[in-house]
Design a protein around this ligand. Structure first.
Ligand SMILES: NC(=O)c1ccc[n+]([C@@H]2O[C@H](COP(=O)([O-])OP(=O)(O)OC[C@H]3O[C@@H](n4cnc5c(N)ncnc54)[C@H](OP(=O)(O)O)[C@@H]3O)[C@@H](O)[C@H]2O)c1
Length: 248
């Protein structure tokens, strides 16, 4: 009988994992998306379910009722709540659980990073220092910058912010990565950006802006990742596939 794998997704890595895991004969793949974006990146293989589970308790119930044999958390490194819930639910239901965590970006020569712990520290770092800021943090954290009236913001997100969300003064660009180095360089020059705010997401899809900033000598306020649960981890899809094969 096939083992049922639940992939917590919402990333390009999760889509790739679903495709590769579906090729393993003894695995049935179920991917889960939060339902945040209007046109999500949806795996083309296996089943897809959309929407929250209702906290760790709801996820545990889902694991029991489906039932799920294996759990891989392939969510974004900043999606801390679902990862914490997954760790709790997996222990409660005794389901083998792996986190696929892509490595963070490391500062290299020429980078001018100001590393901060969260978005509110990022806002403090900008205050009095920057005039034209590229906010590449998505739409969920925009409110942290809404009080900085002296700064003009170029904000990039996949979908517009929810109605009634406080949004900083500036321009909203709706776009989904990957972004090329030429386009990122052009954007920084066209909008005369003097500072970038970025999450340390890791991966190649959104790294071009960091390279463009390095080339142009633009500082990057880099928001560090939230802590992750203490569970077994791999860095990429290949590692996750090896783990899956070990579980069969
Ligand atoms: N945060 C980012 O910067 C970022 C960037 C790119 C993609 N994403 C993706 O966007 C999704 C939401 O991110 P977030 O930062 O809002 O997450 P979060 O703060 O960790 O999660 C908030 C709640 O959203 C629901 N949820 C999150 N991911 C889910 C999934 N894959 N399947 C079902 N429910 C999920 C859960 O609701 P219940 O408690 O009701 O189960 C969770 O408690 C994630 O899937 C993540 O991979 C996030």
């Amino acid at each position: 009988m096939k083992k049922r794998l639940l992939i917590l997704g919402g990333t390009g890595d999760a889509v790739e994992l679903a495709a590769k895991a579906s090729q393993i004969a003894d695995i049935e793949v179920i991917s889960s998306l939060a339902g945040r974006t209007k046109q999500p990146l949806t795996p083309k293989t296996g089943t897809v379910r959309i929407g929250g589970f209702g906290g760790a308790t709801g996820l545990a119930e889902f694991l029991r009722c489906s039932p799920i044999d294996l759990l891989i958390d392939a969510t974004h490194p900043f999606a801390a709540q679902i990862s914490a819930n997954a760790a709790i639910a997996a222990v409660e239901c005794n389901v083998p659980h792996l986190m696929m965590v892509r490595p963070g970006w490391e500062m290299v020569e020429g980078d001018r990073w100001i590393e901060v712990a969260n978005h509110s520290e990022a806002a403090t770092a900008l205050s009095g220092q920057s005039q034209r800021v590229f906010l590449t943090i998505g739409r969920q954290e925009l409110a942290a910058f809404a009080g900085l009236d002296a700064i003009w913001f170029l904000m990039r997100a996949i979908d517009p912010p929810a109605p009634n969300t406080p949004v900083p003064n500036g321009k909203l660009l709706l776009a989904r990565g990957p972004f090329s180095l030429a386009d990122e360089r052009q954007l920084l020059l066209e909008y005369r950006i003097d500072t970038i705010v970025s999450k340390n997401s890791g991966g190649a899809a959104t790294y071009a802006k960091i390279v463009a900033a390095r080339e142009l000598g633009i500082p990057v306020v880099m928001v560090q990742r939230p802590p992750i649960p203490d569970v077994e981890q791999v860095a990429d899809v290949e590692g996750a596939i090896s783990w899956l094969v070990e579980q069969l």
